[in-house]
Write a protein that binds this ligand. Structure first.
Ligand SMILES: O=C(O)CCC(=O)C(=O)O
Length: 355
């Protein structure tokens, strides 16, 4: 059980220079990604949004479909979110990190109780036996001036305009992307945007400080996201790894102005397993602070999620039972960071027969 952020540990570590035992991962976790050149797909969204694009919409949809089936993740360029808004978000996250940790302790929580603002460490520091080398601030992705006082840190700790501008533009981007996915799945126009109407949008600012022994620690343990999709920007430091069945763990080499998209469990369910939620983790390093900002996008908590009827037939039986997103989330949190654990609880006998 961790009673303070890693940032608060660091001064002590400068004296001891060794990794506290509670952060040492078991030997069986292979921290290093396989060497080699595998790289996740890069998609140019302007091929979907602009009628003048050279590659053409069909080609974009084909690449999107392949990326969602094979990787469950991709980078997007020409996504429509201006560079200054991306940089504003990175700066806002760094601004929060630079606030003295004593001042931030008033936001720090160790319980995972669904409150809208959570500044914490590890995944669930009240239960994790081995801790992740990560502090995180989780807040709603957008907030009105009135709401912000209760669900965001104080203005002087987090620049609100920058976060709101980013949250709004990412939401627009997600609407376009969901429409493209709807087309690539050959679902009726608007299908995924309707499934995700009134969507949950959480912004997680992840802080991975330099670690005295990165080969023994992990920043974020392997998992797939409970949500529908996650959009990530980061500072210039890589560390996110994705699992691919042929290449094993692949370190994402993030293009500076790209958005990274990870598919989550809800898209795997809605697409009846045609698209898959990607298992991912974050590794740490000895020299540099890594900051990633993840926008986690899920259905409204009360939405019932099930495979799209258009994707279910005799040869493609429903692989998942319908589930209310709120119940799925509660189960996911109860199981802890556990790859596929929550998905397994809603798989049908057909899924088991296929595996
Ligand atoms: O740090 C990263 O790049 C991954 C973040 C992430 O997957 C998450 O916050 O859920």
């Amino acid at each position: 059980m961790a009673s303070k952020p890693i940032q608060a540990l660091i001064e002590q570590l400068q004296i001891h220079q060794s990794l506290p035992q509670e952060y040492v991962q078991p030997q069986k976790i292979q921290i290093q990604a396989a060497a080699g050149g595998a790289q996740i797909p890069v998609l140019d969204l302007s091929e979907f949004t602009s009628s003048a694009a050279a590659g053409g919409k069909e080609e974009f949809l084909r690449e999107l479909d392949q990326a969602c089936r094979e990787w469950g993740a991709f980078q997007v360029i020409n996504h429509g979110v201006p560079k200054d808004i991306l940089q504003g978000m990175r700066n806002a996250a760094k601004h929060f990190y630079d606030v003295p940790v004593e001042e931030k302790m008033k936001y720090f929580v160790t319980v995972f109780d669904g409150r809208p603002m959570r500044y914490s460490t590890s995944f669930d520091s009240s239960r994790d036996v081995i801790l992740e080398w990560k502090d995180v601030l989780r807040i709603p992705a957008e907030a009105s001036a009135l709401e912000a006082d209760s669900v965001w840190p104080a203005k002087e700790h987090l620049p609100r305009d920058a976060v709101n501008s980013y949250g709004g533009r990412i939401n627009d981007f997600v609407s376009v992307l969901l429409e493209a996915m709807t087309e690539s799945l050959e679902l009726p126009a608007g299908y995924l945007n309707e499934e995700l109407a009134g969507r949950e949008r959480i912004l997680a600012m992840n802080f991975y400080p330099p670690c005295p022994d990165p080969n023994q620690a992990i920043g974020l343990g392997a998992h797939s996201d409970a949500t529908a999709l996650t959009v990530i920007v980061q500072n210039q430091v890589n560390g996110l790894q994705l699992f691919h069945k042929d290449h094993q763990w692949v370190t994402v080499k993030m293009l500076p102005e790209a958005l990274l998209v990870n598919l989550g469990d809800q898209l795997q369910i809605i697409s009846n397993g045609r698209y898959h939620s990607v298992e991912h983790r974050a590794v740490v390093n000895k020299e540099k602070l890594r900051i990633s900002v993840a926008t986690l996008i899920g259905p409204a908590k009360s939405s019932s999620i099930a495979p799209a009827p258009q994707l279910v037939d005799k040869t493609h039986p429903a692989l998942y039972k319908p589930v209310v997103f709120k119940d799925y989330l509660l189960n996911y949190i109860k199981l802890g960071l556990n790859t596929r654990g929550a998905l397994q609880t809603i798989t049908t006998a057909k899924t088991e027969a296929q595996n």
